[in-house]
Design a protein around this ligand. Structure first.
Ligand SMILES: C[S@@+](CC[C@H](N)C(=O)[O-])C[C@H]1O[C@@H](n2cnc3c(N)ncnc32)[C@H](O)[C@@H]1O
Length: 305
């Protein structure tokens, strides 16, 4: 296992984007290695508060010690609204989301996120509940599998992949990452193999963790909780999640439907702050995980009705 849990991506740019106010209340909904959270705490005064969410118990090892301003919430971020109510927080000054999995997930051999290791096909961020990647591969019908590969992996050969999986599991259920590689490798062109397998693993991980549903719920909760002037800062790593975030920031809903008032003025609870930011060539070089990152920042403009 790597000794570095996770290197935060676009650290300065994302925390600058939160525009931290003294005494403010913030949520880092993807705590992970705590790199972004630590920087928020560095910039926050004694009266400020930070809630760090992570659904993975492993993230607890990174909780800042003896900092009364910080509360760790071991939960899926889709319950952001419920937990804020539970803690008596009515409004937030900023919400930060750095989506997806951490380097820790890819580097921990037995969790099944990486095809670098032969490991049980698990891929759950919350290892205490839900179906594993093996469950998905062994139980979904061929059409469901093809849809997942096409939608979440943007794999053009999704139907043939699903067919190959259905054929392989008829003789022996899938258990390990190598089982999956063996069944699907013949379908990949040699020079594109690594890219395609990465997409296949990404698609399964998104399905196992219901990532798109959780993201939708969290974005709507954040929209509701942010005070006027509060900031929403989101780092995405693939086009599907980026589309939802972009839609929300431009229209106030994840479908991207523009709403108008009686007079034809566009209604949107956000104002975009700057353009989408991507990591510098230097950051991409030193932290390959940052290569697909996109940072979007928006400010809440409306008060709640
Ligand atoms: C990219 S890492 C965040 C890294 C963090 N910003 C840092 O500086 O170390 C994403 C983290 O969010 C967690 N996560 C992803 N989706 C989640 C969800 N729906 N609910 C709660 N935690 C989630 C993962 O377990 C992972 O630890």
């Amino acid at each position: 296992m790597s000794s570095v849990y996770h290197i935060p991506v676009l650290l300065k740019e994302s925390i600058d984007g939160l525009n931290i106010v003294q005494g403010g209340t913030y949520a880092d909904v993807t705590f992970g290695g705590g790199g972004h959270s630590r920087e928020i705490l560095n910039r926050l005064d004694e009266q400020g508060r930070l809630f760090g969410f992570d659904q993975d118990a492993d993230a607890e090892q990174n909780i800042p010690q003896e900092d009364a301003r910080f509360t760790f919430v071991r939960s899926n971020f889709r319950y952001l609204w419920n937990f804020m109510r539970y803690y008596g927080v009515e409004e937030l000054d900023g919400v930060l989301a750095d989506l997806g999995v951490s380097s820790h997930h890819f580097d921990t051999e037995d969790r099944g996120f990486s095809f670098r290791f032969d490991a049980p096909l698990d891929m759950r961020m919350n290892a205490r509940e839900g179906q594993t990647a093996a469950d998905v591969l062994n139980n979904y019908d061929e059409e469901q599998l093809a849809n997942i590969f096409y939608l979440y992996g943007e794999l053009r050969d999704s139907r043939r992949l699903a067919q190959a999986i259905a054929k392989a599991r008829a003789s022996r259920p899938f258990r390990t990452t190598n089982d999956l590689l063996e069944a699907t490798r013949p379908l990949f062109v040699r020079d594109k193999e690594k890219k395609e397998v990465t997409k296949l693993f990404q698609a399964l991980r998104i399905e196992v963790n219901h990532e798109m549903d959780a993201l939708r719920d969290m974005l709507l909760a954040a929209t509701d909780l942010l005070r006027p002037g509060g900031r929403l800062v989101v780092l995405t790593y693939h086009s599907l999640e980026d589309r939802l975030v972009k839609n929300l920031m431009k229209t106030g809903n994840v479908e991207g439907q523009h709403k108008q008032d009686f007079f034809g003025n566009q209604l949107c609870p956000f104002r975009l702050i700057g353009k989408v930011i991507i990591p510098s060539a230097e950051e991409q070089q030193s932290n390959p995980r940052s290569r697909s990152a996109k940072l979007r920042i928006a400010e809440k403009t409306e008060s709640k009705d």
